[in-house]
Design a protein around this ligand. Structure first.
Ligand code: PHE
Length: 355
């Protein structure tokens, strides 16, 4: 009988000890360890059960009941504490992984396309849509392509007026930074003919040009877009039609344009092209100096000497050409007051223009 009482007391002690331990478990893993310690194959309760074998037959069922009661109590406690602990763990994880969807996003720093490049892209695209091929030429040129072939002979005053950067002015064949994109006319026409083709030929040639000049409206490097077309029977009417389409498309409004007689060695006749002032709609303002017109580019019918220089029959073919200053057009379109803003690289200006 003493064994029975001893076992009962042991069981009771074990139950209290186990329940206390369960209550102190910090997490599910701790609790699992405790389960193994008390209820596992080599656990404390199993150990006590082994003692039951030594009891007499009439004591066994009573102790068996006790063991089962303790086992049930411990299992219940394990379930309760276990679910409480896993709920707690889940809450902690949710708390730790919490995302505040109302938090403002991090600003993505992305570059913008420079307004001049943007202008170049827009302008080139307008001509490309009209069917003009895009061509480019070297920025370091020789006198033949920049001057001679364009009907600007050595003695010609226009040559001096071009404020040319020479690379080695004293060399036998000095190289220079091209003063305009017109030499691309020469190179493109020559290459076209050499490939065995015949006009029609329509080309747009964007690029950098250089002149020894620097003030509010002039920069030693700037951009031009050269446009020319050669075919049978081209006239000033074709020139004016292309200009009208280009200028109204670029400025996104119906602008009046006018051709004013002018002189360029490489065109005959030549004309400067004006648009109705974009600031006062032709009323007359400070920008257009009260005239209602703003000069935007130089143009004309390709001079027969230029066609001859590349080997095109000037009797059979004619052409029109014009060259425009990209910075100037971008300034007019966006109301930019000072050319130097393009080159100072103030990111506030560039960002605003790029938006
Ligand atoms: N090349 C001239 C300039 O730079 C512009 C121009 C091009 C004029 C083609 C007529 C024809 O001023």
């Amino acid at each position: 009988m003493g064994d029975v009482e001893g076992l009962k007391a042991q069981l009771e002690e074990l139950k209290v000890e186990a329940l206390t331990a369960f209550g102190h478990a910090q997490n599910v893993a701790d609790l699992e360890d405790l389960r193994v310690n008390y209820l596992g194959k080599k656990g404390a309760l199993t150990l006590i059960l082994k003692g039951v074998g030594k009891l007499s037959a009439e004591d066994r069922p009573m102790i068996g009941q006790h063991v089962n009661a303790v086992k049930d109590a411990l299992s219940d406690a394990l379930d309760r504490v276990g679910s409480a602990l896993s709920k707690l763990a889940q809450q902690q994880r949710i708390e730790a992984e919490r995302i505040d969807v109302t938090m403002p996003a991090r600003r993505r720093i992305a570059g913008v396309i420079h307004p001049v490049q943007q202008g170049l892209n827009e302008m080139t695209a307008i001509f490309a849509h009209m069917g003009f091929d895009i061509s480019e030429g070297p920025e370091i040129e020789d006198e033949f392509h920049n001057f001679d072939a364009l009907n600007i002979p050595e003695s010609h005053p226009a040559r001096a007026m071009h404020d040319t950067f020479f690379i080695d002015a004293l060399a036998d064949a000095p190289m220079l930074l091209r003063t305009h994109t017109s030499p691309v006319q020469i190179r493109t026409m020559k290459k076209f003919l050499e490939s065995g083709q015949e006009p029609p030929l329509s080309v747009v040639a964007p690029g950098r040009v250089y002149r020894c000049d620097y003030d509010v409206t002039h920069s030693p490097m700037f951009h031009q877009v050269e446009v020319f077309s050669v075919d049978r029977g081209l006239s000033l009417a074709h020139l004016k039609g292309v200009l009208q389409h280009f200028l109204t498309t670029y400025f996104e409004k119906d602008l009046p344009i006018r051709l004013r007689p002018h002189y360029f060695p490489f065109t005959e006749p030549s004309a400067e092209v004006d648009i109705g002032c974009v600031f006062c709609a032709g009323q007359g303002c400070r920008i257009c100096k009260g005239s209602g017109w703003i000069e935007v580019l130089g143009s004309g019918m390709v001079h027969p000497n230029v066609l001859k220089a590349v080997g095109i029959d000037a009797q059979a073919f004619s052409g029109f050409a014009f060259g425009l200053g990209v910075e100037r057009l971008v300034m007019l379109k966006h109301g930019i007051p000072d050319l130097r803003l393009f080159f100072e690289n103030d990111v506030r200006f560039l960002r605003r223009m790029g938006a």
